[in-house]
Design a protein around this ligand. Structure first.
Ligand code: DMJ
Length: 627
């Protein structure tokens, strides 16, 4: 028995023995043929796959090329009004002035301080103005500036300028002061606290007075080496998302340059741990290097409504573009959690307890700290192509709009409509300029109501836009203050009197002009633009005003001036085919994100888990059509 088992197993292995085949040449030949055929087959399949991939990528490029051509044709098909063209050019020139001032004095910093001609890192040194400006530069056709900003290659000054100085091994410790002082021509080499080689290079450059090249040198250095998010810095989740993630994604959608998507993913990954709370309501501050998250001390441990509910567009877009659902899942969980106890009037206080997802006793407002939560309910629905799986967003938004109606009052004697703030049961007759985004939002959402409601909301939007425009017209500088009080018999009185170049009113004028075609909104926008030119423009950029009554200037060019204010003004004087509203949705920092078809059950699945209070009902879609 034992012998026969061993002989059978050795007979099994005889096929592995070369001598077996040497004695059987036919079998050897057959084996070779099988081997060659199999190799050929595998090689052939791989070649086919590769060819297929090349073909697919060629077709994708072709689709993009055709889409660009179509957009160009569409914009040419609309006759250009000479006044609009002239105004558009003026706004573009303003952008060139703002951008070149930033390039010159604050490159790589978050924001420019035009009076002191230096930069300040208000957001942890993430290059907020640079990233916030990318899409504006692109849309305005400022290609050179856009290219400089996205340039990925490092360059050495020895190669370029024959100076024999190797800048590539630079080890900067404090580039900001060095670069600014050099740009100002006040460079003292012993104060330049950066690596010797860089200093040598810069001194060399300065001696030759090649100012512009100096700037280029810094730009390339910064993009190649400094767009680094690994910062031991406690960043605002909200500000970083709307400016940096949003800005990069928009630049990616417009240019299709992967570097922007990669950077967006990098920074989003650093923000993600902020959502790791019991309810999924995020902490609003996170350390970008270590991932420790918390809420700001002044908020008493609470999460802020706008800061917690204004990441949906960016994170959903990131999931769509990377194919990784984790970003979307985090932000959708927030909406589902808030919906569990969503009040009948859809109005949430500005402080939310992250452990219970319920509102703490605090102000209800469409201004600071509340605003963009309501904006994103509508826009997430638009971003998802208004598909039925997203009805929750639209339903929550419509509920909140009922709440908004309950906050509307009219002033005396002139009957300006305004949105009150609410504390407990009492209303305060105060409205922030920040709440002036609401007319645009109402106009944008109005067309998907039935005809009567649509008319009602559009007309409210127009009334509120008139109030917001009057905020500007009512001051000596024709620039709006930060907030207004409405006292009986006095219409509007400015409260906090600064103006920091905010965009909300021109944003609403842009939407109203696009959606109604009424050129009055262009006129109003033009007047506001001229007031900025008159009061805020200085030789080294644009500044805010400390007081809109006196016109005293501050020392900050806010990054949203380039991201939002100038972009909306430019679009106000451009044909509607430039960033059409049925193809793009703007995040709250005015970064357009392309609307892509959304076919997922994520939100529905999450809703199932959490049993939302609001009943999902099928709603008749309005003028713009639905899914
Ligand atoms: C911007 O950062 C955004 O628009 C945000 O939603 C509100 N505040 C500023 C502009 O005022």
């Amino acid at each position: 028995m034992a012998r026969s088992r061993s002989s059978s197993s050795s007979s099994k292995f005889r096929y592995c023995n070369p001598s077996y085949y040497l004695k059987r040449p036919k079998r050897l030949a057959l084996l070779l043929i099988v081997f060659v055929s199999a190799t050929f087959f595998v090689w052939d399949r791989q070649t086919l796959v590769r060819e297929h991939e090349v073909e697919v990528s060629k077709l994708t490029d072709e689709v993009h090329r055709l889409r660009d051509m179509l957009e160009e044709l569409k914009s040419k098909a609309v006759p250009n009004d000479p006044v609009e063209m002239q105004r558009r050019e003026k706004v573009k020139e303003a952008m060139v002035h703002a951008w070149s001032s930033y390039e010159r004095y604050a490159w790589g910093n978050d924001e420019l301080q035009p009076q002191s001609k230096d930069g300040v890192n208000s957001f942890g040194g993430l290059g907020a103005t640079l990233i916030d400006s990318l899409d504006t530069l692109y849309i305005m056709g400022l290609d050179e500036q856009f290219q400089r900003a996205r340039e990925r290659k490092n360059r050495t000054c020895d190669k370029r300028r024959g100076g024999g100085l190797a800048c590539i091994r630079m080890t900067p410790t404090s580039t900001d002061n060095a670069s600014h002082s050099i740009m100002n021509g006040k460079e003292k080499s012993n104060k330049c606290n950066i690596g010797t080689e860089v200093r040598a290079c810069l001194e060399y450059e300065w001696r030759r007075k090649i100012q512009l090249k100096n700037h280029q040198f810094w730009q390339e250095w910064w993009v190649a080496n400094s767009l680094d998010f690994n910062k031991d810095y406690d960043a605002s989740v909200f500000e970083t998302t709307i400016r940096v993630v949003g800005g990069l994604l928009s630049a990616y959608d417009l240019s299709r340059d992967n570097v922007f998507l990669e950077k967006a993913r990098d920074i989003a990954d650093r923000l993600l741990p902020a959502w790791d709370t019991t309810t999924g309501i995020p902490y609003n501050v996170i350390n970008l290097a270590h991932g420790n998250a918390h809420n700001p001390g002044w908020a008493g441990g609470q999460s802020i409504l706008a800061d917690s509910g204004t990441e949906q567009l960016e994170f959903i877009a990131l999931s769509q573009r990377t194919g990784d659902p984790k970003y979307q899942e985090k932000v959708e969980k927030v909406i589902v959690a808030l919906n569990k106890t969503f009040p009948a009037d859809g109005l949430l206080p500005i402080y939310i307890n992250p452990d219970t997802a319920t509102g703490s006793y605090s102000t209800i407002t469409f201004g600071a700290m509340g605003d963009s939560f309501y904006e994103y309910l509508l826009k997430a629905w638009i971003q998802g192509n208004k598909t039925s799986s997203l009805t929750l967003y639209r339903d929550m938004w419509e509920t909140s709009m009922k709440g908004l109606l309950s906050l509307i009052r009219r002033s005396t004697p002139s009957s300006f409509a305004y949105i009150c703030e609410k504390n407990g049961d009492s209303l305060t007759d105060k409205m922030d300029e920040l709440a002036c985004f609401a007319p645009g939002m109402l106009a944008l959402g109005s067309s998907d109501y039935g005809p009567d409601e649509a008319k009602k909301f559009l007309s409210l939007a127009e009334e509120l836009a008139w109030t917001c425009y009057s905020f500007y017209q009512s001051t000596p500088t024709k620039l709006a203050g930060e907030n207004y009080f409405f006292n009986p018999g006095q219409d509007m009185t400015v409260g906090t009197s600064w103006n920091i170049l905010r965009p909300e009113t021109v944003e609403s004028l842009f939407y109203l002009w696009r959606l109604t075609g009424n050129k009055t909104y262009q006129e109003w926008g033009w007047n506001i633009f001229q007031a900025f030119e008159k009061n805020s423009r200085i030789e080294s950029g644009y500044v805010g005003l400390k007081d809109v009554n006196t016109g005293i200037k501050d020392n900050k060019m806010q990054s949203f001036f380039l991201a939002e204010t100038l972009k909306y003004l430019y679009l106000l004087f451009s044909p509607p085919t430039v960033i059409p509203l049925d193809e793009w949705v703007f995040n709250t920092e005015a970064h357009p994100l392309r609307i892509v078809n959304r076919n997922d059950a994520n939100l529905a699945a999450l809703e199932g888990q959490h049993k939302p209070v609001i009943k999902i009902r099928s709603r008749k879609t309005g003028r713009l059509g639905g899914n």
